[in-house]
Design a protein around this ligand. Sequence first.
Ligand code: ZN
Length: 69
Amino acid sequence: MRMGSDMTELQYTSIQCPYCWEALEIAIDPSVSDQEYVEDCQVCCQPILIHAVFNESQQLAVSVTPENE
Ligand SMILES: [Zn+2]
C-alpha cells in the first residue's frame, strides 16, 4: 500500500547481537523518531530489545539490550 507523497525509506544500520556478538543488519523506519521493539537475532534466535532514536539532524542512534535481562 502506497501513501502518496509520504514515502518512507527505511534506514539500514548494523548492530551487534548482545548474546552471540554477531553483526546484524536491521531496518529502521525514519518516520518514527523514537522507537523500541524486539527482534530475534538472525543467528542465535534470541530476542534483542532494539531502541532506535533519531536526533534533530536525523542521525540515528541505536542501542541493543538482551530482552530477558
Ligand atoms: Zn545472536
